[in-house]
Design a protein around this ligand. Sequence first.
Ligand SMILES: Nc1ncnc2c1ncn2[C@@H]1O[C@H](COP(=O)(O)OP(=O)(O)OP(=O)(O)O)[C@@H](O)[C@H]1O
Length: 264
Amino acid sequence: MTTEYAVRATGVGKTFPTKAGDVVALTEVELTVSAGEFVSLIGPSGCGKSTLLRLIADLDGATTGELEIFGKPAAKARVDQDYGIAFQQAGLLPWRTVGGNIALPLELHGMAKPDRAKRVADLAELVGLSDFIDRFPDQLSGGMQQRVAIARSLAEQPRLLLMDEPFGALDEMTREYLQGELTRIAKETGAAVVFVTHSIPEAVFLSDRVVVMSPRPGRITDIIETPLGDARDEALRESPEYFERVTAVREALHGTPVERANER
Ligand SMILES: Nc1ncnc2c1ncn2[C@@H]1O[C@H](COP(=O)(O)OP(=O)(O)OP(=O)(O)O)[C@@H](O)[C@H]1O
């Protein structure tokens, strides 16, 4: 049986020409994400996490190398709507209700009204917003707005979700709650996820693998397995296995065993 890859990056590099000279944002990126797998990208500011996500989404083109999404060139996958996107800012249209925002991609692609209403109701239920379908974004908390954005990104049942710090602007309680919700939603929909974050605990809690990147030029320095099972719940956050993986990612990020660094 051949493995189906949601994402396959081979020798991917990205250079931005600027007035001050070339900025090498990414170099020699080799990465595969299997169908249904949850992978986080973590690394210091400027290491190219967002750039890599933008290349996968075909919002920008790679300078070198190849990117395939479900075996297709990134541009074809974009046209086929093989993925949904959610960013740090929910980016909702303020004049549309929750239902209207979730329905937007379905309208743009011509889904008939009765089918649309059913799908919007299902998506609102999936993210726990059934009672808020007629509210407007400014009547919702930041966490609820982000849940609307996630529902919208799932509208066309993508097999891949691309998320750039979607919980970055939220308070810690809401953030932890939505992390649990996201693992449930990813499991229920079977979608693969590529998730950009600055938070080590967040990356470990969510992921099957954590991809560690370093800046100048941005590249992958380590890939840490986080096989913590399917039950991504509050108990997991207090388990020794979870702490052990958090430490492993922290050490990979800093390049030095944390305990020894503290002893010096
Ligand atoms: N359009 C652009 N033109 C020039 N340089 C760019 C452009 N986009 C990104 N860069 C540079 O590429 C590098 C990687 O940027 P990127 O936003 O991907 O990093 P990041 O890891 O997502 O950072 P952060 O964690 O701060 O969001 C940075 O040095 C950035 O300044």
